[in-house]
Design a binder for this molecule. Structure first.
Ligand SMILES: NC(=O)c1ccc[n+]([C@@H]2O[C@H](COP(=O)([O-])OP(=O)(O)OC[C@H]3O[C@@H](n4cnc5c(N)ncnc54)[C@H](OP(=O)(O)O)[C@@H]3O)[C@@H](O)[C@H]2O)c1
Length: 219
């Protein structure tokens, strides 16, 4: 299987990358990122790219792919407002999905959304995520993943995490026994690989089911 990862330097994407590198049924892992990654595996092919709306310069990254594991995203608290959040969440994801459909039409697009995504939510981020899910599901072979709290290592932040981040993480670790509230980022990757093997399409998967699917993955 050949996978293509976006957001591999993030908390979610770091674990998803690790899951792909460890998987015996994945022979090539391509990542599209803003800055280079160290060479950590012979399976890894890194495409450094800076325009997340136009992929003409790296078309070959999209050819021959079985699954795109899309973990790129941001928090509504880290952007200037809805316009920027929508560009990163909706426009970026749809641009990748379109390229994938063109160059690997049978591939599945795994989109990380978030627990609580809903068109009727009072939260802007949840409405934008829901719109993105809706349009991806309508336009291509998509599975939408709705994790709650993701415990994962960001390659971007590394060991020197801000104190607030460490505190939040420590707090949420207590939610681990609750299957609908907590997931390890590597388990998201394992669940995505399991869903790819099962040829799952057109589904929205909540946190507890992510953990169940990850447990089924035996490669
Ligand atoms: N963390 C959670 O508990 C949680 C829970 C539910 C859902 N989610 C969703 O999961 C997704 C990933 O979250 P995360 O926690 O992994 O976030 P993160 O640690 O901040 O990582 C975000 C990833 O997206 C990339 N990215 C962000 N903005 C970008 C931009 N403008 N252009 C190009 N690349 C950009 C980052 O690249 P750089 O490293 O280059 O910045 C990084 O690889 C998001 O959609 C989020 O809503 C997260």
């Amino acid at each position: 299987m050949k996978t293509l990862i976006f957001g591999a330097t993030g908390a979610a994407g770091g674990g998803v990358l690790q899951a792909c590198l460890s998987a015996s049924d994945v022979d090539e892992v391509r990542v599209v990122i803003r800055r280079p990654l160290p060479h950590i595996s012979d399976k890894l092919r890194v495409f450094v790219h800076d325009n997340f709306l136009n992929y003409a310069a790296i078309t070959k990254a999209f050819v021959g792919i079985d699954a795109c594991l899309y973990c790129l995203g941001t928090s509504a608290t880290q952007v200037s407002g809805e316009t920027e959040y929508r560009r990163i969440t909706y426009d970026f994801a749809l641009a990748v999905a379109e390229m994938l459909k063109l160059h690997s039409p049978n591939a599945v697009f795994h989109f990380i959304s978030g627990r609580g995504a809903s068109p009727d939510s009072r939260f802007m981020w949840a409405r934008v995520k829901a719109e993105t899910e809706r349009d991806l599901l309508a336009q291509t072979n998509t599975v939408c993943w709705r994790p709650a709290f993701i415990n994962g290592e960001s390659l971007a932040i590394g060991p020197q995490r801000p104190l607030l981040h460490q505190l939040v993480r420590s707090f949420f670790r207590f939610t681990k026994p609750f299957r609908h509230l907590y997931v390890e980022s590597e388990d998201i990757g394992r669940a995505m690989l399991q869903a790819t093997a099962e040829k799952l399409r057109g589904r929205v998967i909540e946190n507890a089911e992510i953990r169940e699917m990850a447990n089924r993955y035996q490669k």
